[in-house]
Write a new protein. Structure first.
Length: 86
């Protein structure tokens, strides 16, 4: 890291409950924001970068979430949120 630069803090650390499928790959099923529980209705997309696994999710509230899992620290973070027009 360049001198004077600080590591980026996560947008929001979250708790995630996952389901491990037959291949052992974990898929998010529930996101927790403190006491608020969002059940995942659908995984819209997923992708990898060298240190993270990303998931684009549709919550039971109709909103869209992009979360990432740091494979080195095992921390889950919310990186994007889009509220459905109500």
């Amino acid at each position: 890291m360049a001198t004077g630069m600080k590591a980026r803090e996560p947008i929001l650390k979250i708790k995630v409950e996952c389901y491990a499928g037959y291949r052992g790959a974990e898929t998010p099923r529930v996101i927790w924001f403190k006491s608020r529980k969002i059940e995942i209705k659908k995984v819209l997309d997923r992708w990898l970068d060298p240190n993270h696994r990303y998931f684009k999710l549709l919550g039971d509230d109709g909103d869209t979430y992009i979360i990432r899992h740091d494979m080195n620290t095992w921390v889950w973070e919310l990186t994007f949120y889009k509220e459905v027009q109500r």
